[in-house]
Structures are given as structure tokens and as C-alpha cells.
Design a binder for this molecule. Structure first.
Ligand code: KG4
Ligand code: ZN
Length: 341
């Protein structure tokens, strides 16, 4: 029997192209191991079939490593938490089947976790140097598959106020990078080159989208036409202007996100604003949020880098919160590629 104050959650994340396992002791992270699949770099995007095969190869060593880093025996594990969705079905199936078998083998409860909720609840991982947002707060979840503004009323009471009508913001970064000849995932590279570029060098149009929704496909097309037009005049245009192009793209994307966040804050009167998801690693959005503390009087919550991109510690914190509520799943649970928060 597990003591309520001494809960160990083994968490597994396999929704896209990162295989990750983590061990939580209550709300503290003991380990968080991530194996990033390099195989997709050459393809300009995640190849689903290759991703699920790589998950199969990685999952056992990653789980072993997470237990070893946490320095605990698997007999101490109180429950297994896993990402049920949303994500790539083949990838989710690997983590789901593994988690189900392990829970059965260890005779411990199984806890399903929504990946997008986990990106938000990652803010509740207990880190001594971090504050946690009070309810209600607004969360901007920005990743390779999602772009949402979420009203978070409680841990498991969330409402999507707006989302993308087409591409996710991570895709906007990655596809722009691809047009510039950069490998996948290009988001971090755009961020890197942008650091030494001029954000005003090449103005790109911002889309006019109603309410709190987003659209990034028009921006993608205008970047494509811009690159085609300029390389016709000068074949070395991209090479010679890479930093400025990246800075301009990043500036435009960040201002699209900030415009909607400002609108959401105004509409709801909420000034506690959190970000989550892979794109929250971006230095442009991190700086904009930091600045918003003084400019708009917001209190902002920016995750540590390791909790921005896909990781199992965020699945583990949700596992812990659900464990406290006795919210367990049974062995009939199935992976869910589309899974709304
Ligand atoms: O949350 P995540 O790891 O996976 C999904 O659930 O999609 O997000 C991955 C996305 C990719 O599109 C990647 O390019 C983007 O996050 N990303 C970044 C940065 N770091 C990761 N985009 C811009 N700047 C970054 N520093
Ligand atoms: Zn994610």
C-alpha cells in the first residue's frame, strides 16, 4: 500500500518523436529522460512510421534510465502515467501498450494523461525557484501540433478560448526553416539565427483572424513568395541574409501570439499568463512575456527549458494530481490521436 505522502509516479511520453520517461516523487521530479529521434532530420518533418519504430527501440532503455537516475527500485512505483493523446497514433500505441503491460506486471494503477493538459500542468512541477500560477489563469499552448489559448479554471477544468484554424505555430517555424534550407526541427534554429538579426529587416503581413483564433498558413505562403522573389534576383539572398530573415519571421510570429494574448487578457480580465509547449522554448516569446510584466502588469509563468518541449515529467505531474483524486484508468483504455483537453 502506498502512503499518500510518498507517491512515486513513473511517467511515459511517446506522442510524437521524443521517447521520454520520468519519475516523480509527489510533485517533485526525480528524473526526466528524453531520447530525441534524430532520424527525422533528413525528412524535413516527423515520419510517423519511423517514429513508432524508434519509440519501440527506445522505450525500455529510457524507462530503465529514468529509474536509475531517480535511484529507485521499480517496486516502489505507486502508479504508471502515460500519454494517451493527442498525437501520432502509432507513436501513442507504443507508450500506451508499454504502460499497460508495466502496470499489470507491477500490479499498480494506470493513469491516462492528455498531452496538452500536461503542457499546461507542467507549471505545477515543484521547483524551488519557480512560482506556480493561481486559478484562474490563461495558458498559451504552442507546439508542433497545437496553438491554443486556454482558460484554466482548475487543474482539470480547462476551456479553449481560441486556437489555430490551420497550421500550428511550431509548424510555421519548422516550415519556414525548411524553406530556408534548415533541417527539422527548424524552430530552434530560427531562434538561434534570429539572435543576431534585425527583426525590422523584412516586414511580413500579420493575418486578420477573428476572435481569439490564429492562422499561420498565409504567413507561410508570404514567406515562400518572398524567398522565391528575392532568390530570383540574388541566388545567395538566403545565405547572405539568414539572420535578418529569421529575426523578421520570429518577430512576426511572436507579435501574432502576443496580440491574441493581449486580447484574451483584456476579454477575461485575467493577468496571470502561462505558456507551454515546445515553442515556449523560443527566446522571442519568452522575452515578450517577460516584458509584458512591466508593460501590461501581467504575472507571467515561463517553464524551464526541459519542460517546454515534449517530456515525461509533465505527464508525471498530471499523474500525481490524478493519483490524489483517485482518477485511474483500467486496462481497456486505448490511445487517442485526437483528444481535446
Ligand atoms: O511540444 P513539442 O516538443 O512537440 C509537440 O507536441 O509538437 O513542440 C515541438 C515544436 C517544434 O515545432 C519545434 O520547432 C518547436 O517546438 N520549437 C521551437 C523552439 N524549440 C522548439 N520553436 C521556436 N523556437 C524554439 N526555440
Ligand atoms: Zn508537445
Amino acid at each position: 500500500m502506498t502512503d499518500k505522502q510518498n507517491i512515486y509516479i513513473l511517467a511515459i511520453e511517446s506522442s510524437c518523436d521524443d521517447t521520454s520517461a520520468a519519475v516523480m516523487h509527489n510533485d517533485k521530479r526525480l528524473s526526466n529522460v528524453v531520447a530525441t529521434q534524430k532520424i527525422h532530420e533528413a525528412y524535413g518533418g516527423v515520419v510517423p512510421e519511423l517514429a513508432s519504430r524508434a519509440h519501440q527501440q527506445n522505450i525500455i532503455p529510457v524507462v530503465h534510465q529514468a529509474l536509475a537516475n531517480a535511484n529507485i527500485d521499480k517496486k516502489l512505483v505507486s502508479a504508471i502515467a502515460f500519454t494517451r493523446g493527442p498525437g501520432l497514433l502509432g507513436s501513442l500505441l507504443v507508450g500506451t501498450s508499454f504502460a499497460k503491460s508495466l502496470a499489470l506486471g507491477l500490479d499498480v494503477p494506470l493513469i491516462e494523461v492528455n498531452h496538452m493538459q500536461a503542457h499546461i500542468l507542467a507549471h505545477f512541477i515543484n521547483e524551488d525557484d519557480k512560482r506556480t500560477p493561481p486559478f484562474p489563469f490563461l495558458a498559451l499552448t504552442i507546439s508542433g501540433g497545437h496553438t491554443q489559448i486556454v482558460l484554466v479554471k482548475d487543474y482539470f477544468d480547462m476551456e479553449i478560448l481560441g486556437e489555430t484554424l490551420d497550421d500550428a505555430v511550431g509548424e510555421a517555424f519548422d516550415k519556414s526553416a525548411k524553406m530556408l534550407g534548415l533541417p527539422y526541427p527548424g524552430g530552434p534554429l530560427i531562434d538561434k539565427y534570429a539572435a543576431s538579426g534585425n527583426a525590422d529587416a523584412f516586414p511580413f503581413p500579420k493575418p486578420k483572424v477573428k476572435d481569439l483564433n490564429f492562422s499561420f498558413s498565409g504567413l507561410k505562403t508570404s514567406i515562400l513568395y518572398f524567398i522565391q522573389r528575392e532568390t530570383k534576383k540574388n541566388p545567395s539572398f538566403v545565405e547572405q541574409n539568414l539572420n535578418d530573415i529569421c529575426a523578421s519571421i520570429q518577430f512576426t510570429i511572436v507579435s501574432i501570439l502576443m496580440d491574441k494574448l493581449k486580447k484574451a487578457a483584456k476579454q477575461t480580465g485575467i493577468k496571470h499568463i502561462a505558456i507551454g509547449g515546445g515553442v515556449s522554448a523560443n527566446s522571442g516569446i519568452r522575452k515578450a512575456l517577460n516584458d509584458a510584466e512591466t508593460t501590461f502588469g501581467w504575472t507571467t509563468y515561463i517553464p524551464r527549458f526541459e519542460y517546454c518541449t515534449d517530456n515525461a515529467a509533465m505527464i508525471g505531474i498530471v499523474g500525481y494530481l490524478k493519483y490524489l483524486n483517485g482518477n485511474f484508468s483500467d486496462q481497456r483504455i486505448a490511445a487517442k490521436a485526437r483528444y481535446v483537453i
